[in-house]
Design a protein around this ligand. Sequence first.
Ligand SMILES: NC(=O)c1ccc[n+]([C@@H]2O[C@H](COP(=O)([O-])OP(=O)(O)OC[C@H]3O[C@@H](n4cnc5c(N)ncnc54)[C@H](OP(=O)(O)O)[C@@H]3O)[C@@H](O)[C@H]2O)c1
Length: 419
Amino acid sequence: MSKVLVIGCGGVATVAIHKCCQVSEVFTELCIASRTKAKCDRLAAELAPKTSTKITTAQVDADDVDQLISLINSYKPDLVMNIALPYQDLTIMDACLACGVNYMDTANYEPEDTDDPEWRAVYEKRCQEEGFSAYFDYSWQWAYREKFEKAGLTALLGCGFDPGVTQAYCAYAKKHEFDSIRTIDILDCNGGDHGYAFATNFNPEVNLREVSAPGSYWENGRWVEIPAMSIKREYDFDQVGHKDMYLLHHEEIESLAQNIPGVERIRFFMTFGQSYLDHMRCLEDVGMLSTTPIEFEGHQIVPIKFLKALLPDPASLGPRTKGKTNIGCIFTGTKDGEEKTWYIYNVCDHEECYRETGSQAVSYTTGVPAMCGALMLLTGRWNKPGVHTVEEFDPDPFLDALDKYGLPRSESRTPVLVD
Ligand SMILES: NC(=O)c1ccc[n+]([C@@H]2O[C@H](COP(=O)([O-])OP(=O)(O)OC[C@H]3O[C@@H](n4cnc5c(N)ncnc54)[C@H](OP(=O)(O)O)[C@@H]3O)[C@@H](O)[C@H]2O)c1
């Protein structure tokens, strides 16, 4: 019997809310709150006849801590699921602390305005000290550790697929499969085709920032940074086939480097088609990925926001997308004195996801883990005051829940390794 407040009503939240409503014995009451209330009302009306979860809706600007506090105090949820954008992580964490409520999200904090001088000063110091230059990192949210511990509250960070399930796979490998893990390669393959020459599968601003940034990986206790898209490999993915993939910086590498003792190397690869890369390079070259406002015919325009308005809404890709995703981790290391390799992954079909929830697999593979993470918190299996990432919790009940609710695991004990 739990009351949950979901903030955000985009692609990922829509899947998470569908899934919560399938587990109505735990998610007895749900409030969907977002910037555009009409979206929340539409989803609530669609789900009401199919579930016994009692759904209400609200309008909230999650950049405004006072608005959040008054919403949380009036609804009194057991958990706030932040499925808005990474820009709102800190304001929502502040509001949860003020109201004494557990928190979770699916992506770590980054600022909306990367030209903000106050943020930029902290960022540039971190780039120098840590050695990677992505706009997002855990330091902002890890700074809340003591506050959440003292309040006896749990904040679960990054509970989507990657970050999220990939860290549960690492925790599982550490618990059951290896005495010591030497290398981890996280492979994120989207074999889906939506038929457009160019579109992003989730929020274009967040997505384009991520893929246009320099890549980096963890090796022998330090970050190695490389120019964007400069390390390319080809891999033959189960049920998808051969794809080109590129090394990216990714947020879970930062926490895994701390939580997997003795690991020598952690890399993250994501597949991209040539058309996507050609469009992205061109947009970047002409300045369309910039977050700095420009003056245009008397108006201030942020180029990447204007681009977002031109691109297809990720939510509209669902009915057009065919094919599968395959996301997982390849490990090398030792067990009982023997060298060992192991690959754990999930394959997810875009069209099946769409039939079930009205969203394609990229939203589905994030929304289902968000619901399963909430389930772990609400049923007491993952409660640990403080601010934690997924690999810090017992992976077993979480992976069982993923198997049950739509993202079953597959494995190979003889995987082809990435050189
Ligand atoms: N871990 C993973 O594997 C993974 C993978 C993909 C995405 N993600 C993360 O999942 C999250 C959601 O992504 P998405 O694709 O669902 O994005 P999306 O479709 O753009 O949806 C974002 C939602 O947040 C709402 N929102 C934005 N700013 C707000 C504010 N100030 N106050 C209240 N609501 C606000 C939006 O409202 P409007 O409708 O008014 O715009 C929209 O409903 C993002 O943080 C993304 O980085 C994680």
